[in-house]
Ligand binder design. Structure first.
Ligand code: CU1
Ligand code: ZN
Length: 178
């Protein structure tokens, strides 16, 4: 008899397989997706942390099978989204819009589409998992954040594994002394 753990793994594997062949019309598309509620009962799909207990912009994924996955940080959202098996399952990705809400306790009514958003990476603020791309719907706000906290402004398509790391990717900012 399968253990509970095996059952969960089996259930998780079904949607990706089902997508390949049938393209059934109850599949969700980006137009059907809207940001879902985030409350103190939600744990990060990737790391298991209680999401709202931590500062910084969070993420969520609307899947083609109708499920929503929530993440403690833009970092964990992207780390999950870039797994090869995640791509085909994704209908839409959302991140907190720091043009409309603050870093310490991002508001549940300030989400924006992850792909239309600009990101500051290599800055000095820390989210749930350390460094996490700071997401802004307005480019001017991203520039202002980078001016205050360091880092550089990138489009969604310019983000990669290197830009998720803590240290500035370009090695800039040396020579300061405190
Ligand atoms: Cu975490
Ligand atoms: Zn996480």
């Amino acid at each position: 008899m399968p253990t509970r753990r095996h059952m969960l793994l089996f259930v998780a594997a079904v949607p990706a397989v089902g997508l390949v062949g049938c393209g059934s019309d109850d599949e969700i598309t980006a137009a059907d997706c809207a940001p879902a509620e985030l409350n103190d009962g939600h744990e990060c799909h990737l790391c298991g942390m209680t999401i709202v207990n931590h500062p910084g912009p969070k993420g969520q994924a609307c899947l083609r099978d109708g499920r929503t996955l929530r993440f403690c940080s833009t970092r964990d959202l992207l780390s999950w989204a870039w797994q090869p098996e995640s791509g085909p399952a994704i209908a839409a990705l959302f991140v907190h819009d720091l043009s409309r809400t603050g870093w310490d306790e991002p508001s549940d009514d300030a989400w924006t589409g992850a792909e239309e958003t600009v990101y500051v990476v290599g800055h000095d603020r820390r989210g749930a998992m350390g460094h996490t791309p700071a997401s802004f719907s307005r480019r001017g706000d991203a520039d202002g954040f980078a001016g205050e906290h360091g880092g550089r402004v990138l489009a969604f398509d310019e983000l990669d594994w290197d830009t998720l790391r803590d240290e500035p990717a370009n090695g800039g900012g040396h020579g300061g002394s405190h």
